[in-house]
Design a protein around this ligand. Structure first.
Ligand code: GDL
Length: 430
């Protein structure tokens, strides 16, 4: 049985261009149809009124858009959580900032929202001299303002994101972290507590790590899961399934919200498989869940000539942070072999590479003709780069097989130049 009190869903909480209204409506439609998903949290870092201008009320047009969004979410039987992120410049001890915060929440409440979150991630972690006169510590300020908000809106659910939100930020000493211990003592125990795992982007999360955290914060945390987030590296995209979290982890958590790729259309499989993970009882097979959900994902590709094999190739190449799908590993292995061995030893590796190249090219051609242009643009950068690199290898193979002269790069336009690459060369070497 799925626990209906377990929060599970999507968190739009990345840096970069927020999703469009029609994309969010599509998301609600998906989540309504899927098992295991019940929540959407609105926290786009670059909604001006969520973070930079948190004090200001939404102007009329944006307010009515937000109201419509909340309505659609609720009518899909999903919980809508509105998050506010005042931490960049709030004066914790100021009465006027308290009024600003209260008024903003009241405004969103009038739009029909009943659940809120207050976020203190990625902010300056030192109190101003004015606040130091009133609060003994950063945790004291956070607990006090969040508890006050909780008391002010007794009908609403409230979640809290700390400034230390992963093991790494606690110098991997969660038990000894003063900020977390103080919050555990002082933050009202009915307030939800976000955590991203051992790292900001946690490849794996162990049951023990969360048990340790629970003892410190005195409640079950909600996982703010950045597994599929890609806002920190625009050249990557993650299409793989929900993985690296044992099923038993759910017992230690009060919820999981996935903060996924900025590119909306990349998120079908990551989110669908999170719902599947939440519904799973005693067995979890990420690769199988990927295969199952990608069969449904294909209908959104806007070209019914695209095949299962092409979608799987896409997923296996762009799987998860630091991980590829099985086919991705085979391709890399074959390229490595080819580059380091004479042509007479290439055998099956050449076949693997050639069939990969063919599949990739046919996928790209079909995507170019898709009627879902937004989906195409979402995949453009990583796919384009992969295709260029593949073409390069292909030309090198041709040259090697011909046995003639020097290898001449087939690149027609210069790539990977500019200030970023120059700095990287100096810092990290060639
Ligand atoms: C973060 C940010 C999040 C961002 C993610 C990945 C949290 C709590 N905050 O640190 O907004 O999308 O990293 O870059 O994760």
């Amino acid at each position: 049985m799925i626990d209906n009190n377990f929060i599970c869903g999507t968190l739009e909480g990345f840096y970069g261009r927020p999703w469009q209204t029609d994309q969010r409506l599509q998301l609600f439609q998906w989540m309504k149809e899927w098992d295991g998903m019940n929540t959407y949290m609105y926290a786009p870092k670059d909604d001006l009124f969520h973070r930079s201008k948190w004090r200001e009320l939404y102007p009329d047009l944006l307010f009515s858009e937000l109201r419509d969004l909340i309505k659609s979410c609720n009518s899909s039987n999903l919980n809508f959580i509105y998050a506010i992120a005042p931490g960049l410049d709030i004066a914790y001890s100021s009465d006027s900032d308290w009024e600003n915060l209260k008024n903003k929440i009241k405004q969103v409440e009038q739009a029909g929202c009943k659940q809120f979150a207050i976020l203190f991630d990625d902010i300056p972690s030192k109190l101003s001299s004015q606040d130091e006169l009133v609060f003994s510590s950063f945790a004291h300020a956070h607990a006090e303002i969040t508890n006050k908000l909780y008391t002010q809106f007794p009908e609403s659910k409230l979640l809290f994101c700390p400034t230390v939100y992963c093991g790494q930020m606690a110098d991997y000493d969660v038990r000894g972290n003063q900020y977390l211990n103080e919050l555990g003592e002082n933050l009202n125990s009915n307030i939800g507590f976000f955590w991203t795992g051992p790292e900001v982007v946690s490849k794996n999360i162990s049951v023990e790590s969360i048990q340790e955290l629970r003892r410190v914060i005195k409640r079950k945390p909600i996982l703010w899961d950045n597994l599929h987030a890609n806002d920190y590296d625009i050249r990557q995209i993650f299409l793989g399934p929900y993985l690296g979290r044992p099923l038993e982890l759910k017992n230690e958590l009060s919820g999981i919200l996935s903060n996924p790729n900025c590119q909306f259309w990349a998120n079908y499989t990551p989110l669908k498989t999170l719902g599947m993970y939440n519904s799973a009882i005693d067995q979890w097979d990420p690769s199988q869940s990927f295969l199952d959900s990608s069969k449904e994902w294909i209908q959104y590709f806007g070209n019914n000539e695209i095949t299962d094999a092409e979608i799987q190739l896409l997923g296996d190449c762009f799987y998860a942070p630091g991980r590829m799908g099985e086919y991705g590993y085979q391709i890399v292995k074959s390229i490595q072999w080819i580059l380091n061995h004479p042509p007479e030893e290439w055998d099956g590796h050449l076949t693997t590479f050639k069939s990969f190249e063919k599949l990739l090219n046919s996928l790209c051609t079909k995507l170019m003709a898709t009627t879902n242009r937004d989906l195409l643009y979402d995949f453009y950068l990583p796919l384009w780069e992969l295709r260029e690199e593949t073409e390069y290898v292909s030309k090198w193979i041709e040259w090697k097989q011909s046995g003639i002269g020097e290898f001449v790069s087939p690149e027609l336009v210069p790539r990977r130049q500019g200030i970023l690459y120059d700095i990287q060369k100096i810092v990290h070497g060639e």
